[in-house]
Design a protein around this ligand. Structure first.
Ligand SMILES: NC(=O)c1ccc[n+]([C@@H]2O[C@H](COP(=O)([O-])OP(=O)(O)OC[C@H]3O[C@@H](n4cnc5c(N)ncnc54)[C@H](OP(=O)(O)O)[C@@H]3O)[C@@H](O)[C@H]2O)c1
Length: 238
């Protein structure tokens, strides 16, 4: 039997970590991408305990060498690819009048250009397996907010990219899913509460496992169906 493989970015923490662990019910081997090897190592260990194999791949998605390292891995080392999950994300607050264009460039590089490049790298293998692509977007990609113009614009553009890709790849049997979570209890969200000078109580928020469970269930659907978008909100409005 052929081994089933997934790649996930942002796998070392938060939502990406939870989806990586959730993917163990669907695939045999998972390539975990992040910048910080120390964050990827425990996730690899946990995947190993679940009887599946994990490969950490350290790469900065905002850099050409980072993207090249992933390209080499996919082209030279992977035998096949069944799922690609884009979860890494850049987030910085700032009023338009106070920030430079480099802020837009940074959000664009991580939140849009990197998913685009990784998708292009992976498409031949995904077409061969009639695989699936997941974009972890954000409620901010659907509804823009003050002090978040660059983040919202990059996520909104990511939705457009995913929509066009879905229309292109449907005939090739590749399913494309965009996920739009609300506030989820992750290291990023803890930082956001700090920036908002609010007390962080993770128990009141969506949990990373909630997102992972929903994504895994969408990926498990029979091939007669396709979920294109998932909007997930916490039950408590905080
Ligand atoms: N938490 C929320 O409330 C929420 C809500 C809506 C959407 N989201 C989205 O969910 C995704 C995951 O966020 P999270 O909340 O789980 O935050 P998180 O725990 O901080 O995870 C973000 C991940 O992105 C990776 N990353 C960031 N910049 C990178 C770069 N240049 N190259 C490679 N990896 C990079 C980080 O990996 P390293 O540290 O190893 O570099 C980290 O694992 C993001 O796309 C975010 O926009 C989150």
């Amino acid at each position: 039997m052929t081994e089933r493989t997934a790649i996930i970015t942002g796998a070392g923490s938060g939502i990406g970590r939870a989806i990586a662990l959730g993917l163990t019910v669907l695939v045999d081997s998972i390539v975990l991408i992040g910048r910080d090897a120390a964050k990827l190592a425990p996730v690899c260990e946990e995947i190993g305990k679940r009887g599946k194999s994990a490969v950490p791949l350290c790469a900065d998605l905002s850099s050409e060498p980072g993207l090249a390292a992933i390209r080499h891995y996919v082209e030279d080392r992977l035998e096949g690819l069944d799922a690609l999950v884009h979860c890494a994300g850049a987030y910085r607050r700032g009023l338009v009048g106070d920030t430079g264009t480099e802020d837009m460039d940074w959000h664009y590089a991580v939140n849009l250009r990197a998913p685009c490049a990784l998708t292009q790298i992976s498409l031949p293998a995904l077409r061969r397996s009639q695989g699936q692509i997941v974009f972890v977007n954000s409620s901010a990609g659907l509804s823009a907010r003050p002090a978040l113009a660059a983040y919202c614009a990059s996520k909104s553009a990511l939705k457009a990219f995913a929509d066009a890709l879905r229309a292109e790849e449907n005939a090739n049997g590749v399913r494309v899913l965009s996920v739009f979570p609300g506030r989820t209890a992750t290291p990023l969200q803890e930082k956001i509460f700090g920036l908002e000078s609010r007390i962080y109580d993770p128990g009141l928020l969506l949990q990373p496992d909630d997102i992972a469970q929903t994504v895994v269930s969408a990926l498990s659907l029979p091939r007669s169906a396709e979920i294109t978008e998932l909007m997930i909100r916490g039950m408590r409005k905080v």
